[in-house]
Ligand binder design. Structure first.
Ligand SMILES: Nc1ncnc2c1ncn2[C@@H]1O[C@H](COP(=O)(O)OP(=O)(O)OP(=O)(O)O)[C@@H](O)[C@H]1O
Ligand SMILES: O=C(O)c1ccc[n+]([C@@H]2O[C@H](COP(=O)([O-])O)[C@@H](O)[C@H]2O)c1
Length: 205
């Protein structure tokens, strides 16, 4: 049977409530069957030193999604060598799951950078794009961007309807370094994991 699969790609350094909420809204609003949380190994645009180990990022994702039956972890990008490009992932998925449809879930900030990704036209051909609002982009800017990309790349881009959530992994890392509370930004189990392993205690960005 054909499935509609959401791909929630990210560095997840660490995973937070913003990621979970946008994935949940995408699932509900676009009648997805599953959402796969897919941590990147070597994203092309982020300095490696800022990113904690794959193992820690994976464990935090597992803790965050374990109670939601339609959320899954996909390690396919972690298992691939070299720089992680979305187009390579989507080509692999097309081969491995020829009957399924893929919906790449991203934040509006990524929508403003997607033209710089490797083979953006192919990325937008192989997957539908679901974009969540993100501060400081306004809704008007997001719509304008969606229309521009849709025309330029013949892409299928749809907007996830939700209030923007002002959470970023970087802000959480900063708060941990400054010994400020983080409980409202990520699931309790993830917070406990961060504390147990003393993650993000050293400033790296
Ligand atoms: N609060 C949010 N609202 C909307 N989209 C978000 C939010 N947080 C993350 N995203 C999106 O989720 C995807 C994965 O993000 P990522 O794991 O890099 O988190 P991040 O919070 O942006 O991290 P960092 O602060 O380290 O750059 C990206 O497409 C990003 O745009
Ligand atoms: O393929 C690319 O060139 C590319 C460039 C930047 C980001 N991406 C993907 O976009 C997703 C969000 O990335 P990030 O860095 O915001 O966590 C994640 O799945 C990345 O692999 C992909």
């Amino acid at each position: 049977m054909m499935k509609k699969i959401g791909i929630m790609g990210g560095t997840f350094n660490p995973i937070h409530n913003g990621h979970l909420k946008m994935a949940l809204e995408a699932y509900k609003q676009f009648q997805l069957d599953e959402v796969w949380f897919m941590p990147t190994k070597n994203p092309p645009h982020k300095a490696e030193k800022e990113i904690i180990s794959d193992d820690h990022r994976v464990k935090m994702i597992e803790l965050a999604i374990k109670k939601i039956p339609f959320f899954y972890l996909s390690k396919i990008e972690l298992e691939r060598e070299g720089t992680t490009y979305t187009v390579d992932t989507l080509c692999q998925l097309e081969k491995d799951y020829p009957n399924d449809y893929f919906y790449f879930i991203l934040g509006a900030d990524s929508l403003f950078h997607i033209h710089t990704w490797k083979s953006p036209e192919k990325v937008m051909k192989l997957a539908h794009i679901l974009s969540a609002p993100r501060y400081p982009m306004t809704q008007e800017e997001e719509i304008e961007r969606k229309d521009m990309l849709s025309e330029q790349y013949h892409a299928d881009i749809q907007l996830i309807s939700m209030e923007p959530i002002r959470i970023s992994s970087m802000n959480i890392r900063k708060r941990i370094f400054n010994k400020q509370p983080i409980n409202e930004y990520l699931p309790k189990e993830v917070e406990q994991y961060v504390k147990k392993y003393h993650l993000y205690q050293e400033r790296s960005d």
